[in-house]
Design a binder for this molecule. Structure first.
Ligand SMILES: Nc1nc2c(ncn2[C@@H]2O[C@H](COP(=O)(O)OP(=O)(O)OP(=O)(O)O)[C@@H](O)[C@H]2O)c(=O)[nH]1
Ligand SMILES: [Mg+2]
Length: 370
């Protein structure tokens, strides 16, 4: 290939001949009239180097958002790898802020206790979205990796997807910071995927309070409850009931238990939250497909509502502020977080990821850690 760094980036596929990549449209020729100076081949009119970051401070080959979007699954896979290996790199921070500022898709968070049916439902939702022509990214947060030391790719997710389908990308990630919670890396992964795919599904096991963590990245939180498990009482006790946007009782094919559980949960919700008691509660079966169309319709209706009443953008802004606050608290504790003006730093930075890096430098310098 004529542009070795591109080959490096997206594998052996040839972006000039692959019509699906759409890279011709984002060619720098269109953007900046740049001819390829690297190649002696006059036929090669594509110089992608302006699409790469070349800041002197960066030790990595970080793509621009444009290249990431054009590069298909392998580009996304590499970018997600960089989240883990190049944390704090200025070009990566820039890419993450760019992605955060230019969200493309919707993020649906699926949470619930182990074995409730999150992965089975995720598979269904992938099928549904692909049939409707949407591209899908999946982040499965793997809490067991805290013990085993690595993400158990595939084990936890039990997802069956077609490896040849370029429109689906699945990534299993370690939840390192809190049990079942979202690590900084998982948040960054969701932000990148949200800038590339139409729909991003985040599967996270809810253990106690950690269900709330998914709310820091999801536009819509879907809480799954197992029939006959007494989960509705547990969730009420834990104060979780105010968090989900939609509740689904799974495994409705198993009989009346699901209907009873749905009624219990609806009752618990209206007690816990009389003002916003309209949280939809559905009974679904990912195994048979029963209730899935209704669930999707409910998700879509909620999305429309949040777009028209402005709650989506308010929520996303609050989430970005939360990433900065939580990241600071985790690294520097309450005293550290209180010693900087987080809101002002966020306001004056290029985005939440720059703000986090600025805070890290500031507080590390104060602690003489640098
Ligand atoms: N009968 C029935 N079984 C289901 C349904 N959905 C999932 N299951 C079964 O429930 C078990 C757990 O399903 P998963 O989708 O792996 O559940 P999960 O919530 O992703 O589990 P973890 O990731 O381990 O927390 C599997 O044996 C599934 O086959 C359903 O709609 N009906
Ligand atoms: Mg699972």
């Amino acid at each position: 290939m004529d542009a070795p760094w591109l080959n490096n980036w997206i594998g052996d596929t040839n972006p000039r001949t692959d019509p699906n990549r759409g890279i011709k449209h984002s060619s720098p020729i269109v953007r900046g009239g740049v001819y390829n100076r690297l190649s002696s081949n006059p036929d090669l009119l594509f110089d992608f180097s302006p699409l790469m970051s070349h800041s002197a401070a960066s030790r990595y080959r970080i793509p621009t958002l444009e290249l990431l979007r054009a590069g298909g699954k392998s580009a996304v896979a590499r970018a997600l790898g960089l989240i883990e290996t190049a944390e704090g790199d200025p070009d990566l921070t820039h890419l993450l802020d760019e992605a955060a500022a230019d969200p493309f898709g919707d993020v649906l968070g699926l949470t619930g206790p182990p074995g409730v049916g999150k992965s089975t439902l995720t598979s269904r939702l992938i099928q549904h979205a692909r049939a409707a022509g949407q591209t899908v990214g999946v982040v499965a947060v793997d809490p067991s990796s805290q013990i085993s030391g690595g993400a158990l790719l595939g084990d936890r997710t039990r997802l069956r997807t077609d490896p040849d389908d370029g429109g689906v990308f699945v990534r299993s990630m370690a939840a390192r910071d809190r049990l079942g919670g979202l690590s900084d890396h998982a948040i960054a992964a969701v932000v990148l995927m949200r800038a590339v795919y139409d729909l991003v599904l985040v599967e996270s096991v809810g253990v106690g309070q950690s269900e709330g963590d998914i709310a820091c990245v999801a536009d819509t939180v879907l809480l799954l409850i197992q029939p006959g498990s007494g989960d509705s009482l547990q969730f009420m006790k834990a104060g979780i009931m105010e968090l989900p946007d939609i509740v689904a009782v799974t495994k409705a094919d198993m009989g009346d238990a699901a209907r009873r559980a749905a009624a219990d949960v609806a009752g618990a919700l209206s007690l816990a939250n009389p003002v916003h008691g309209e949280t939809p509660v559905l009974a679904i079966s990912a195994a048979t497909g029963a209730g899935i169309d209704e669930l999707v319709a409910t998700i879509v209706a909620r999305r429309q509502q949040s777009l028209s009443n402005g709650t989506r953008s308010t929520r996303r802004a609050a989430q970005a502020a939360q990433w900065v606050r939580d990241g600071t608290l985790r690294r520097f504790g309450v005293e550290g977080a209180a010693s900087v003006d987080l809101a002002r730093l966020l306001e004056t930075s290029n985005g939440p990821f720059s703000a986090i890096e600025a805070i890290k430098s500031l507080l590390r310098a104060r602690l003489s850690l640098t």
